[in-house]
Write a protein of this length. Structure first.
Length: 106
Protein backbone atom coordinates (compact mmCIF):
# COMPACT_ATOMS: atom_id res chain seq x y z
CA UNK A 1 0.00 0.00 0.00
CA UNK A 2 1.52 3.28 -1.11
CA UNK A 3 1.10 6.27 1.18
CA UNK A 4 0.38 9.67 -0.29
CA UNK A 5 2.68 12.45 0.73
CA UNK A 6 1.03 15.12 2.83
CA UNK A 7 2.13 18.68 2.38
CA UNK A 8 1.94 20.75 5.54
CA UNK A 9 1.47 24.46 5.01
CA UNK A 10 1.54 26.98 7.84
CA UNK A 11 -1.47 29.26 7.65
CA UNK A 12 -1.43 33.00 8.13
CA UNK A 13 -3.84 32.85 11.06
CA UNK A 14 -6.64 34.08 8.80
CA UNK A 15 -8.29 31.30 6.83
CA UNK A 16 -9.97 33.84 4.55
CA UNK A 17 -6.57 35.29 3.58
CA UNK A 18 -5.21 31.80 3.05
CA UNK A 19 -8.11 31.13 0.67
CA UNK A 20 -7.41 34.34 -1.24
CA UNK A 21 -10.44 36.46 -0.27
CA UNK A 22 -9.75 40.14 -1.02
CA UNK A 23 -11.63 41.28 2.11
CA UNK A 24 -10.09 38.63 4.36
CA UNK A 25 -9.56 40.89 7.37
CA UNK A 26 -13.21 42.01 7.44
CA UNK A 27 -14.41 38.41 7.05
CA UNK A 28 -12.13 37.30 9.88
CA UNK A 29 -13.39 40.07 12.18
CA UNK A 30 -17.00 39.17 11.40
CA UNK A 31 -16.31 35.49 12.12
CA UNK A 32 -14.71 36.33 15.47
CA UNK A 33 -17.65 38.54 16.49
CA UNK A 34 -20.17 35.92 15.36
CA UNK A 35 -18.35 33.25 17.35
CA UNK A 36 -18.57 35.45 20.44
CA UNK A 37 -22.30 35.99 19.91
CA UNK A 38 -22.87 32.25 19.49
CA UNK A 39 -20.80 31.56 22.61
CA UNK A 40 -22.89 33.96 24.69
CA UNK A 41 -26.14 32.45 23.45
CA UNK A 42 -24.89 28.94 24.17
CA UNK A 43 -23.41 29.79 27.59
CA UNK A 44 -26.64 31.45 28.70
CA UNK A 45 -28.95 28.98 26.99
CA UNK A 46 -30.59 31.79 25.02
CA UNK A 47 -32.75 30.86 22.03
CA UNK A 48 -32.84 33.11 18.99
CA UNK A 49 -36.36 34.18 19.97
CA UNK A 50 -35.20 35.09 23.47
CA UNK A 51 -32.21 36.92 21.99
CA UNK A 52 -34.69 38.96 19.94
CA UNK A 53 -36.66 39.80 23.09
CA UNK A 54 -33.49 40.83 24.94
CA UNK A 55 -31.90 42.89 22.18
CA UNK A 56 -34.53 43.98 19.69
CA UNK A 57 -32.56 42.39 16.85
CA UNK A 58 -34.62 40.00 14.76
CA UNK A 59 -34.56 36.33 15.67
CA UNK A 60 -33.68 35.72 12.02
CA UNK A 61 -30.50 37.79 12.52
CA UNK A 62 -29.41 35.51 15.35
CA UNK A 63 -30.27 32.48 13.21
CA UNK A 64 -28.07 33.84 10.41
CA UNK A 65 -25.22 34.41 12.87
CA UNK A 66 -25.59 30.84 14.14
CA UNK A 67 -25.42 29.57 10.55
CA UNK A 68 -22.37 31.79 9.78
CA UNK A 69 -24.35 33.58 7.06
CA UNK A 70 -22.65 36.89 7.74
CA UNK A 71 -22.85 38.58 4.33
CA UNK A 72 -25.69 40.88 5.42
CA UNK A 73 -23.91 42.01 8.58
CA UNK A 74 -21.57 44.92 9.03
CA UNK A 75 -18.98 44.90 11.76
CA UNK A 76 -20.95 47.67 13.45
CA UNK A 77 -24.12 45.58 13.51
CA UNK A 78 -22.36 42.56 15.01
CA UNK A 79 -20.74 44.78 17.63
CA UNK A 80 -24.15 46.28 18.42
CA UNK A 81 -25.56 42.79 18.92
CA UNK A 82 -22.81 42.02 21.42
CA UNK A 83 -23.40 45.28 23.25
CA UNK A 84 -27.13 44.51 23.51
CA UNK A 85 -26.17 41.15 25.04
CA UNK A 86 -24.53 43.18 27.83
CA UNK A 87 -20.96 42.61 26.76
CA UNK A 88 -18.27 45.25 26.80
CA UNK A 89 -16.09 45.23 23.74
CA UNK A 90 -12.45 46.11 23.37
CA UNK A 91 -11.08 46.35 19.86
CA UNK A 92 -7.38 46.39 19.10
CA UNK A 93 -6.36 47.31 15.59
CA UNK A 94 -2.88 46.76 14.30
CA UNK A 95 -1.92 48.26 10.95
CA UNK A 96 0.99 46.62 9.17
CA UNK A 97 2.49 46.86 5.74
CA UNK A 98 1.61 43.97 3.50
CA UNK A 99 4.56 41.85 2.51
CA UNK A 100 3.83 42.23 -1.19
CA UNK A 101 2.95 45.97 -0.97
CA UNK A 102 6.19 47.67 -0.06
CA UNK A 103 4.94 51.03 -1.31
CA UNK A 104 1.67 52.78 -1.95
CA UNK A 105 1.16 54.62 -5.20
CA UNK A 106 -0.80 57.84 -5.28
Amino acid sequence: MKKNAIEVVRGSGNVFRDLGHPDADILQAKAILAARIIGILDDRGITVRRAHELTGFAAADFSRVRQAKLQRFTLERLISMLLKLNKDIEINIEVKSRRHDSHVSA
